[in-house]
Design a protein around this ligand. Structure first.
Ligand SMILES: *Cc1c(COP(=O)(O)O)cnc(C)c1O
Length: 416
């Protein structure tokens, strides 16, 4: 399904999307099916359900599927235009399930070293122990990407806007190279939700989202989504090429849903799926407000004498402004970075804040600030930090839903 075929606007599509089956009581919000198992009237029916034989899949066990989770998957599908969506328990579960589906001993992943900390650790340590190699490249350098690819490259992976460096790979350009070399493009797009970024148009084959962030609607729950745009021919992957699929499922989604995700068992909880379904309904509204406040604060911080540098892709000073304007329909996300004189200045500043909270996480309704070097990357060796390019005078701000004027006042009093 391409976005052009949608005849309704983003929020309307999500809010008006109906359940797969009419609720017995006509409930207007999808109830939370907080149960492990589902019963059947006959042994024929339970056998058919286990063998995936019916047209409208029945649910058998919540580790595999659940009506509340399925409803969220439908909403994500209608929001993104993906062919298939699979929800899991966290963003990391989305990344690990994806790579456990496509990687094999002797295969390699071509990626940037500028990754979310646990993703870096998954590639560099966890998967390495199973014989999967990670090849770090500068994603701004297309020749370097091309040189790193060989016949055992199972994917090119990157984050849409790296954190905290705020680099943006030119996905449409990289996609041309990957198509010619039969390598799938997998992108973690957590940083800009579907209302601001069209993954299909950018050439993304598999999209990964930590739904803990924008989607959960105020940091209510942990979750992750794996979206398959049905654009890659998996006959180029040694592990997937012989899979015979049914209906509209790619080999990737088939292997993921029918085997890997069930075996890993990182199913999203129905309560979390319910909260995230509510989050989906207000997603565009929240994102518009947060991202426009982020741009305004980036401009505001740029004018302050105590601030050495501000990072936000829409600023004229960013070398990623052009690609940011090309990829994103509105502002490029609700996260910005800025540098003060040194680490001590960062700590003093943070301790004075009254509205902005000292916490990790992104895209809560509350504005959150963190000093990445001493926290998220605190247990990494200096050598690893150098590879990942983590600077000790950098702060990361995730802009929430508070009035932007109050946030400016808070930043200003803490700076002075
Ligand atoms: C938070 C985050 C993750 C991990 O998501 P969890 O839901 O915490 O497991 C992965 N990638 C990015 C870019 C993130 O911000």
């Amino acid at each position: 399904m391409s976005r052009k075929e949608f005849n309704k606007e983003f929020s309307t599509r999500i809010i008006s999307e109906k359940f797969t089956k009419q609720d017995a009581h006509g409930a207007i919000a999808m109830p939370i099916y907080r149960n492990a198992a589902f019963e059947f009237s006959t042994s024929e029916q339970i056998a058919a359900a286990f063998q995936n034989k019916e047209d409208v899949a029945s649910h058998t066990y919540t580790r595999i599927t659940n009506p509340t989770v399925e409803n969220l998957e439908k909403k994500v599908k209608i929001a993104s235009g993906a062919d298939n969506v699979h929800m899991v328990a966290s963003g990391m579960a989305a990344i690990s399930n994806t790579f456990l589906t496509i990687a094999y001993a002797g295969s390699n992943i071509v990626t940037s070293p500028h990754l979310f900390g646990n993703t870096f650790s998954l590639f560099k340590f966890t998967l390495a122990d199973f014989g999967v190699e990670v090849r770090f490249v500068d994603t701004d350098n297309i020749e370097e990407i091309a040189a790193a690819i060989d016949e055992n490259t199972c994917a090119f992976f990157c984050e849409l806007i790296t954190n905290p460096h705020l680099e943006i790979a030119d996905l449409p350009e990289i996609s041309k190279l990957l198509k010619a070399r039969n390598v799938p493009m997998i992108v973690d797009t957590t940083i800009v939700p579907w209302c601001g970024f069209d993954a299909r148009k950018a050439g993304v084959d598999i999209e990964i989202v930590s739904t803990t962030k924008y989607i959960s609607g105020g940091a209510t729950t942990i979750g992750g989504a794996i979206l398959d745009y049905g654009t890659f021919d998996w006959k180029h992957n040694k592990r997937l090429k012989n899979i015979v699929t049914t209906k509209a499922m790619s080999q990737f989604t088939f292997k993921l849903k029918r085997e890997v995700a069930r075996n890993i068992g990182a199913a999203i909880d129905p309560d979390a799926a319910y909260m995230q379904t509510l989050g989906m309904e207000s997603l565009e509204l929240r994102y518009d407000r947060m991202s426009s406040s982020a741009y305004e604060l980036a401009l505001f911080l740029s004018d302050q004498k105590e601030v050495v540098k501000v990072g936000y892709p829409k600023l004229e000073s960013s070398s990623y402004k052009k690609i940011s304007d090309k990829l994103f329909t509105g502002n490029p996300g609700a996260m910005l970075t800025f540098s003060l004189e040194d680490k001590e200045a960062c700590f003093r500043f943070m301790d004075k804040l009254q509205i902005i909270r000292r916490a990790t996480n992104l895209f809560d309704s509350k504005s959150l600030i963190i000093h990445p070097d001493s926290t998220i990357y605190g247990t990494f060796s200096q050598e690893m930090k150098d590879v990942m390019g983590i600077e000790s005078n950098l702060l990361r701000l995730s802009v929430g839903l508070e009035a932007v004027e109050d946030l400016k006042k808070d930043l200003l009093q803490a700076l002075r």
